[in-house]
Design a protein around this ligand. Structure first.
Ligand SMILES: [Zn+2]
Ligand SMILES: [Zn+2]
Ligand SMILES: [Zn+2]
Length: 143
């Protein structure tokens, strides 16, 4: 892990009151490096050398989600995709855009959507929006 990323991971962990453990720092490091939502499988594959096992990684992810520094970004083919919450606000996750042609998902990290106006009696606490369409590459192909 690059030392800058390690420091960032430590800083994030410290902000939660969770203890610094090797597996927590390793998982955060992978999420920092990925910069986009990735699955438990993909995280496990990237940590193959460091070798915390799958169950440990799963528990680490749950604790980081609980501490709200990692978000469950979206579910795809029954696989939950995780990412750092550092580009989200308390009330809103940045939208994710999935290209229906190449099936790539993009973070629209700089796009803030207006909060949904909820019907009488409902309170929206958090907004998480999924967008679908064509990415620039696929738009070109279809003319
Ligand atoms: Zn989020
Ligand atoms: Zn595409
Ligand atoms: Zn994202």
């Amino acid at each position: 892990m690059k030392s800058g990323i390690r420091q960032e991971a430590q800083r994030l962990l410290d902000s939660t009151g969770l203890r610094r453990t090797g597996p927590r720092l390793a998982v955060l490091g992978v999420l920092f490096e990925a910069g986009r939502p990735i699955t438990h499988e993909q995280i496990t594959a990237k940590l193959a050398e460091a070798a915390p096992n799958k169950v440990t990684i799963y528990r680490v992810l749950e604790s980081l989600v609980e501490a709200d520094i990692v978000h469950k970004a979206f579910l795809r083919d029954r696989a939950q995709h995780f990412e750092l919450a550092n580009r989200c606000t308390a009330s809103q996750c940045h939208p994710h855009f999935t290209c229906t042609s190449c099936e790539t998902t993009y973070c629209f990290a700089d796009v803030a959507l207006p909060m949904t106006k909820s019907p009488m009696g409902f309170t929206v606490l958090h907004q998480r929006v999924q967008l679908e369409g064509l990415c620039p590459n696929c738009s070109e192909k279809t003319g």
